[in-house]
Design a protein around this ligand. Structure first.
Ligand SMILES: Nc1ncnc2c1ncn2[C@@H]1O[C@H](COP(=O)(O)OP(=O)(O)OP(=O)(O)O)[C@@H](O)[C@H]1O
Length: 613
């Protein structure tokens, strides 16, 4: 990866509006207002934003016949080739006539602005449901498996103009499934990665694809890259598209939902057989998620030919007992809405191989580089890591999907894994689900054998300070009155009452590139001596500087000095030159928990005779 790639790895998946520069945030708000205005001019009411993705935004509205509709807009700033994708998406989605797929109603193009209008599926998407509930009940996982299986069968047998043309959705994942809680029905949305399959499920060229065969198009995949957290290796490595791609998406989705995760990677450590699922589904998922392609196919075929058996499985009242929380989580009484972003340090030691040539190979294999998902892959810094390490980072990212502030310091030692934590959740209702997300982090940490320290800091993006400059050579200057915010502990604590990590104990972070000026470094080292916790992260881009922070002052007697040092940092911003990230974290050395290394979770199945439990 080149320096530019690394420099920007931290940009979060969810582009919180609070992390945009003032100008970009204003442009975005204006544009959202314009979309809303256009839709109401067309006679729709109750218009509101329901989702945003890499390429655009989705609005919901109600038409004159009281029908609920969704409008997908592409970002007007994107190149025309990407804008055209919405039209292709509309085309592919309109070919699918299935009760569990929202019907396309219209596709509009006005100037450079494209709009796709479709039926609205009721409910929340399954990623949201999973964040609220944690691991879904096995009965629901089976129900979702059956419904998705039926859609995939339909796609396998799709005919177009009288000929068999199987369709690949290409991006099956929890956030692309809308869940109607009342009727317990899914709707498969987001057909933006959908294509006609080049190979059928037996890996044979789709027969009537003669023209493609002759033109040699079968040398190269037509696939789009789905979400790298969910797609299988064949799709990631640029294999010819086939219905098998979606079977991987299905298996990853069921696995993630059954385990309360947001990715497929952790399957060796938290295997499907440990999730309390009925044995038949657990076995199917074990096959489908194995590394062996023929086992994957066997699992997929077995699932699709046993849907009615799964449909008729009996579930009792048995509700799996919530697992004990492995780390303390404090629930905040404050009802302040926060937008969490996670920043983690020293990720590179989680990589197995970091040679440039290995990375170039991966880049070569992906012949769809201009894909936003590909960007995201690198932004998340996952390349070159083993699956378990990726699973660990995905589990850390999941924490940031909750309104939580604080941090974690994980220290791998030969005799075990030591974890210091300070986790303050701002939504009491999600405590159980959050505990599960934390437990998954711990379980994955225990399975990783490495020596080193990983720290992450969770902060509120609403506290991020923004500074603009005209050129990459100009200086960043703070407006008068700019302050780095902080909060205070309920009681003052002296240094002797609690130990803290130092900002500097781990040395320089090799993943960070911004060298801060001496004045700022000096202020930070003086801050380090004052009893407080938190983090400060400087993110310098060519025209924009962000200072993310989360500070909690513990020794109230030093408040004046603390304030003065924070002010000093703000005053010294013009001295910053160069681009990149630099971050410092000071976490409480509190309640250190030690866990022994453990390779995988024990097997656990749904009871065969649920009534007996
Ligand atoms: N037909 C629909 N019914 C209900 N909700 C929908 C529908 N289409 C989209 N949404 C909502 O809008 C969100 C964004 O839609 P979609 O996933 O299609 O956009 P996208 O830009 O392709 O997103 P991403 O890049 O994250 O895949 C979805 O997560 C979902 O919450």
């Amino acid at each position: 990866m080149n320096a530019k790639g690394i420099k920007h790895f931290y940009i979060p998946e969810e582009q919180s509006i609070y992390l945009l520069s003032h100008t970009d945030a204003k442009k975005l708000k204006d544009w959202l207002a314009l979309c809303t205005e256009q839709l109401s001019a067309l006679g729709y009411r109750d218009i509101h934003l329901i989702g945003k993705g890499a390429y655009g935004f989705a609005f919901a509205g109600v038409d004159r016949q009281q029908q609920h509709r969704v409008f997908k807009f592409t970002r007007i700033t994107l190149p025309a080739s990407i804008q055209d994708r919405l039209e292709e998406e509309a085309f592919m989605q309109s070919l699918v006539d299935h009760p569990l797929v929202p019907r396309v109603i219209d596709f509009h193009q006005k100037g450079r602005q494209s709009i796709l209008m479709m039926e609205r599926a009721p409910g929340l998407d399954l990623e949201q449901v999973s964040l609220r509930e944690g691991a879904l009940h096995p009965r629901l996982v089976v129900k979702i498996a059956v419904q998705l299986g039926k859609i995939l069968l339909d796609l396998r047998h799709h005919t177009h103009q009288g000929q068999l043309r199987p369709i690949v959705h290409g991006d099956i994942k929890p956030s692309n499934l809308v869940w109607d809680e009342v009727n317990e029905r899914i709707a498969l949305i987001d057909w933006g990665s959908s294509v006609f399959a080049q190979l059928d499920e037996h890996q044979q060229p789709v027969q009537n694809n003669v023209l493609d065969l002759m033109s040699g198009d079968l040398q190269q995949t037509n696939a789009r890259l789905g979400d790298v957290y969910f797609i299988g290796d064949a799709q990631l490595n640029g294999a010819l598209s086939s219905p098998r791609f979606d079977e991987q998406g299905l298996a990853s989705t069921l696995y993630a939902l059954a385990s309360g995760q947001s990715a497929r990677f952790a399957r060796q450590v938290i295997p499907p057989s440990s999730l309390g699922l009925p044995k038949i589904l657990s076995d199917i998922l074990t096959y489908m998620l194995s590394d062996n392609e023929s086992a994957q196919r066997e699992g997929g075929d077995y699932l699709l030919s046993h849907l009615s058996l799964l449909e008729n499985l009996v579930f009792g009242e048995h509700v799996p007992a919530p697992a004990e929380a492995l780390l303390p989580v404090w629930v905040s009484r404050s009802s302040k809405a926060i937008e969490t972003v996670v920043y983690s340090s020293r990720k590179s030691f989680l990589r197995e191989r970091a040679t440039d040539s290995a990375q170039n190979d991966t880049v070569q294999a992906l012949n769809y580089i201009n894909d936003a998902q590909f960007e995201r892959y690198y932004k998340n810094y996952l390349d070159g890591m083993g699956d378990t390490e990726k699973g660990f980072l995905a589990a850390i990212s999941r924490l940031a999907k909750y309104p939580v502030v604080g941090g974690l310091a994980i220290n791998w030692q030969p005799d075990g894994v030591y974890i210091d934590s300070s986790l303050n959740l701002h939504e009491p209702d999600k405590k159980d689900a959050f505990d599960q997300a934390v437990n998954n982090v711990v379980m994955l940490a225990r399975s990783i054998h490495r020596k080193g320290v990983f720290k992450c800091c969770l902060f509120d993006a609403k506290n991020t300070l923004h500074f603009d400059r005209d050129t990459s050579q100009s200086k960043f200057v703070a407006a008068p009155g700019t302050r780095i915010p902080y909060e205070k502990s309920v009681q003052t604590l002296s240094a002797s009452e609690s130990r803290l990590h130092s900002y500097f104990e781990d040395g320089d972070d090799p993943d960070e590139l911004l060298a801060l000026p001496a004045t700022i470094m000096d202020a930070i080292s003086r801050l380090n001596a004052i009893h407080h916790t938190g983090c400060i992260i400087f993110e310098a881009l060519s025209h924009h500087l962000k200072i993310h922070s989360y500070y909690r002052l513990l020794d109230h007697t030093k408040e004046n000095e603390f304030n003065a040092l924070l002010d000093l940092i703000v005053q010294a911003l013009p001295e910053i030159s160069g681009e990149g990230i630099s971050g410092f974290m000071k976490l409480p050395y509190k309640d250190t928990r030690c866990f022994d290394h453990r390779a995988r979770c024990a097997d656990k199945y749904y009871p065969r005779n649920p009534k007996a439990h």
